[in-house]
Design a binder for this molecule. Structure first.
Ligand code: 5GP
Ligand code: MG
Length: 182
């Protein structure tokens, strides 16, 4: 019998195991290594970590990439508790110039797509040469935007999850497995 976890007022049950997460990231890295084979430092992409949720994913992915790549971070927020607010706020802006660079956005999860839409707009305004979206998780039943999702590791139904970076009101990020709201 697998154990549930309690975060603040809610109970979460095991959903995706560490091994499955690692295998999915490995598969994603293989594809990216094929797609970016031959790039040099002069045309290296920037892997943009969307703080805080994508920290474990970005770290796991980064160490599996076999081509020259730089890293940067940005912090945006759209969720309050277990609901998307529809409004995307930038909490911490870009600290690195993306002008003329190909940016690979590393997201923990794409839900409505409001966040990546806002990010793509910001990156274009900042002069990025191109944007690719790379996400650990996707809720395909909710995502209705036209922005192509270049790299998706795992697809899940429209449920609220925590763990491996994903939080409930700031807590629950520090688990290796992913849990779903009971
Ligand atoms: P979107 O803007 O695509 O609706 O939502 C993207 C952001 O909302 C994600 O980066 C994540 O921070 C948050 N989010 C969406 N779905 C979930 C979920 O099931 N669990 C948690 N913890 N956060 C989520
Ligand atoms: Mg996020």
């Amino acid at each position: 019998m697998e154990t549930s976890i309690k975060i603040l007022d809610k109970t979460f049950v095991p959903f995706i195991k560490e091994e499955e997460i690692s295998a999915a990231i490995e598969g994603l890295a293989d594809r990216m290594n094929d797609d970016f084979a031959g790039v040099s430092e002069e045309n290296a992409p920037i892997l943009l970590c969307t703080l805080n949720g994508a920290v474990p994913f970005t770290g796991a992915l980064l160490t599996r990439l076999r081509f020259p790549v730089e890293m940067a971070a940005i912090r945006v927020a759209s969720y309050l508790g277990t609901e998307s607010t529809g409004e995307v706020r930038t909490i911490l802006g870009l600290e690195k110039s993306v002008k003329g660079r190909l940016v690979i956005v590393a997201e923990d999860i794409v839900d409505t797509g409001n966040t990546i839409e806002q990010l793509c707009k910001t990156l274009r305004e900042e002069g990025a040469a191109g944007v690719r979206i790379c996400t650990l998780l996707l809720k395909p039943d909710v995502y209705k935007k036209n922005i192509p999702l270049d790299y998706v590791a795992l697809r899940i139904p429209n449920r609220f999850i925590v763990g491996f970076g994903l939080d409930y009101n700031g807590f629950g990020r520090n688990t290796r497995d992913i849990y779903v709201l009971q």
